[in-house]
Design a protein around this ligand. Sequence first.
Ligand code: ZN
Length: 126
Amino acid sequence: MTLARRAAHLQGLFEGMQLDETKKETKIIGEMLDILAETTEELQRLSNENAALRQLISNNNDIDDVLDELEEDVDIDDGADYQIICPTCGEIMYIDYATIELGSINCKNCGELLEFDLSDLEEEDI
Ligand SMILES: [Zn+2]
């Protein structure tokens, strides 16, 4: 029997006993059963949410979609065609082709001089 059904069953038993509702004990038991009902309801809600999240994570396609959406949300300057990662500090920068043609830039985070091998790029384009 699920928690929710057991709580409902207990509530039914309690009501069937027709205890004196003016007594403190009866009020306390009634309050406890209310709390129990709400707690099982909340647990069920969390359990459903957890199952939905697990489903999302277990489906790689969905995760890829989520990551794609996140990447689209990242503000990238117009004309920024290449992503480079500073080998020194790991900073990710987006640069355009004109910047690559310069041959090198300084990492905006650590100042490391990053040089580009332009001949490699041109060979791939042919
Ligand atoms: Zn750097």
